[in-house]
Ligand binder design. Structure first.
Ligand code: ADP
Ligand code: MG
Length: 742
């Protein structure tokens, strides 16, 4: 039986169906790679006082008492069992009461003193902790592999992710049956022998047994170490192959010219480049001049001047006869980018009316889905004919009917909104693959860069241009400072009176809406908002209601207040944004549509309402919209949560530092990797199992080197069929299709 054998062949329809439905497991390899989440050990009780409320748990506990009564209303009995984590004879500190309806089995087996595993959802009833949908298994039944009692006492008990429908021990039994019947000794090992020997890792078959049926804690560790390395190796080999493929590609060299648009642009620049901009600029310039496609990720905190670096690269390409495309995550941003590029180019902009003048000139075209038909047709034509040097747009640029005359460079702003596939589509729009520059303001730790963006080289802008004003951030807790609610609008008024502008950010658009991920529908934030649900039942502040309230607000009479959100018609959005940029609007009430890139130097105050609903990096991005000019910026994080609510830690963290890198580390600590490596980010749909992007930096770095070596020697992985298969399995989004081929 090989890896792809369906589970029902061994387990029968019922159990196999349940494994598929509850855990998404189809094949025996799926089941064997569904590793225990943790292990329990005899004598190590689960701490009952710290059980997570409203979650499914599997715990090891001792029965303290058991009693059965007859129900009055209908026929049947209730068996109440009290379990505890305290040792035999010791004082009972915390306990859980479980009620079984007609629980014949429970009544028989759960005698006082007995040790058992219990599973269910943690709840409370009548002031007592309870488990709903309870299920249990006696400890001695759970551990079936030990030969004798002495060995059994030391056996770690695997605990799998479980639900009310599928207990941990059902999974454990299924695994045992598969291990008995599948001949895993004959399976090919994805880790090549020499690497396994060098790293002293157990072989595949042995490791399956050790991770699922360990006879000691050491075995668990050893097996987990192996699978962690395996995971890193599969991922890194996939990336190394991708890199090897791109290295084969031939791109058009775009060396630029001495007296072209770039030179003219630099001469008219009103400021000097930062050292980082110069360094990265040279890096890009060199790579654009080669006949290999550049594949580069440019990281830099909000306001570090990435767009300027990108623009200079575009000019070099244009000077070499090519076109450049800039992709922005939203229409608002695309329009803003086009506008600010035209402004930055100044007299170098060719506006179509003047025709070709003496010196170099550059034409900038906006191409978005919401352009009026005639304008859109013209933009398409300009892109196709080469009249447009720079084409700015959203993912609409990816649609089939957009063609370029000679696309030399693709710049993607805010990488985390675009997946690998979308990058590929754009790159396929040129005869030779264009050079690619991806910009992100979210600082990405090294290992994440190696994992998620492993096929890109990285450049960093690590300083802000001189003369940037500092941003001060305060947490405004309305519970402890109710008077601040009125004070907020007073503060907004003061800014407006001083001729400055204010952003007010709300977590959603209108009443009845859920949390808005409001940026035109293409949202997939690398560091998005945390899962909601911790703010209690309070109605969240919405843009629509807030606009009304502020217009009626006494303190804001005579102040021009407008709203901006993703459900507005695109023309209205652009008009409002332009009016705000021009200073014709004092206060802009909006959702996170303004999160990235929007640049209004005169905006000095940002009020974020229900700020606890946003993630750390999102808050950091948002506040980067103020303090962009000479004037210092202030950001107020308004919350209605109690001072000791855990979500307020995030707010405190954001208020404590403006260092984006520090914050992103903090952010990673607070969230699970699964959220970071969404399917589209990692290039496949799988998320990581054992590998932890931050903690396992060493493993990832090691696997990256090994993968590089493997691929260099054997690009097709002909000598490593199991590794090749593991990669396909990992990358293949349609597992079903894969199964049919396999
Ligand atoms: P980012 O895209 O990294 O957030 P931008 O490229 O939009 O940053 O730059 C933010 C602002 O700083 C823009 O108004 C830009 O013109 C300005 N800027 C860029 N580089 C410099 C520099 N070296 N000195 C002064 N201002 C700069
Ligand atoms: Mg930017």
């Amino acid at each position: 039986m090989d890896q792809h054998t369906r589970l029902d062949v061994i387990l029968g329809k019922r159990i196999a169906g349940s494994l598929e439905k509850n855990l998404g497991l189809l094949t025996i390899a799926d089941l064997l790679e569904n590793f225990p989440r943790r292990y329990l050990q005899r004598g190590e009780f689960s701490e009952i006082s710290s059980l997570p409320f409203d979650e499914d748990v599997t715990i090891l506990a001792r029965v303290i008492s058991s009693s059965t009564r007859t129900m009055r209303a209908r026929r049947g009995t209730i068996t109440d069992v009290v379990i505890s984590d305290s040792d035999e004879g010791g004082p009972v500190l915390s306990s859980v009461k479980i009620s079984f309806f007609n629980g014949f089995n429970a009544r028989q087996k759960l005698q006082p003193g007995v040790l058992a595993l219990f599973s269910g959802r943690v709840g409370s009833y009548g002031g007592h902790l309870t488990l709903t949908n309870p299920d249990f298994i006696l400890l001695d039944e759970a551990v079936t592999t030990a030969a004798d009692a002495a060995a059994m006492a030391k056996l770690p008990i695997p605990v799998y992710s479980a639900t009310a429908k599928l207990t941990s021990w059902t999974v454990q039994r299924a695994v045992a049956m598969v291990l008995d019947q599948a001949d895993t000794d004959h399976w090919f090992d994805p880790i090549p022998e020499w690497l396994r020997t060098r790293e002293r890792l157990p072989g595949l078959s042995q490791a399956y047994r050790m991770i699922h049926q360990p006879t000691s804690v050491e075995q668990c560790y050893w097996a987990r170490k192996r699978f962690r390395y395996q995971e890193a190796l599969v991922l890194q080999t996939a990336l190394a192959r991708r890199r090897a493929e791109t290295a084969q590609e031939v791109a058009t060299s775009r060396p630029g010219v001495l007296d072209g648009a770039l030179t003219a642009f630099d001469a008219q620049l009103p400021f000097t480049l930062t050292a980082g901009q110069r360094r990265v600029g040279e890096e890009l310039s060199r790579e654009l001049a080669t006949s290999h496609p550049m594949n580069r990720l440019l990281q830099g905190d909000v306001g570090s001047g990435k767009t300027l670096v990108a623009l200079r690269a575009m000019l070099q390409v244009i000077d070499s006869g090519g076109q450049a495309a800039l992709l922005a995550p939203t229409e608002v941003l695309a329009a803003q980018h086009a506008e600010s590029i035209r402004r930055t180019l100044g007299t170098l902009t060719r506006d179509g009316l003047l025709g070709p003048g003496d010196g170099p000139s550059v034409s900038v075209t906006l191409l978005t889905g919401s352009l009026p038909t005639a304008a859109r047709r013209q933009a398409l034509l300009d892109a196709a004919s080469g009249d447009a040097d720079i084409v700015v747009g959203t993912h609409a640029l990816l649609s089939d009917n957009v063609t370029f005359f000679d696309l030399g460079l693709v710049v993607v702003d805010e990488q985390h909104r675009f997946g690998v596939e979308q990058r590929d589509v754009l790159r396929s729009k040129a005869d030779a693959p264009p050079h690619l520059l991806v910009m992100t303001a979210t600082p990405i730790p090294r290992t994440v860069a190696m994992t998620v963006f492993g096929d890109l080289e990285t450049s960093v802008l690590d300083e802000l241009p001189d003369g940037r004003s500092p941003i001060t951030t305060h947490v405004v807790g309305l519970v402890e400072n109710p008077r601040w609610e009125a004070r907020l609008w007073q503060r907004a008024r003061e800014e407006a009176d001083a001729g400055r502008q204010v952003y007010i950010v709300c977590p959603k658009i209108g009443e009845g809406d859920s949390l808005a991920d409001d940026d035109g529908g293409e949202a997939l934030a690398l560091f998005g908002a945390p899962a909601g649900g911790d703010g209690g039942a309070q109605e969240l502040t919405g843009v629509v209601g807030m606009l009304e309230a502020l217009r009626a607000e006494a303190a804001l009479q005579g102040v021009r207040v407008e709203a901006l959100h993703g459900r507005m018609p695109p023309e209205d959005k652009s008009r409002t944004m332009a009016a705000f940029a021009a200073g014709e609007v004092d206060v802009l009430v909006s959702t996170t549509v303004i999160e990235v890139g929007v640049d209004v130097p005169n905006a000095t105050l940002m009020v974020i309402l229900d700020a606890d609903r946003f993630g750390i990096s999102q808050l950091h991005q948002l506040r980067g919209r103020v303090g962009r000019g000479r004037l210092p910026g202030t950001c107020l994080l308004v919350t209605r949560l109690e001072p000791d609510h855990p979500s307020r830690e995030r707010l405190a963290a954001v208020a404590a530092t403006t260092d984006g890198f520090e914050l992103s580390q903090e952010d990673l600590k607070l969230r699970r990797e699964g959220d970071i490596l969404g399917a589209r980010q990692s290039g496949g749909r799988s998320t990581l199992k054992l590998l932890r992007v931050i903690q396992d930096e060493d493993v990832i770095a090691l696997a990256r080197e090994d993968a590089q070596e493997l691929v260099a020697e054997d690009p097709g992985l002909e000598g490593h069929p199991a590794l090749r298969m593991a990669i396909e399995n990992y990358l293949n989004p349609e597992k079903e299709a894969f199964l049919e081929r396999g």
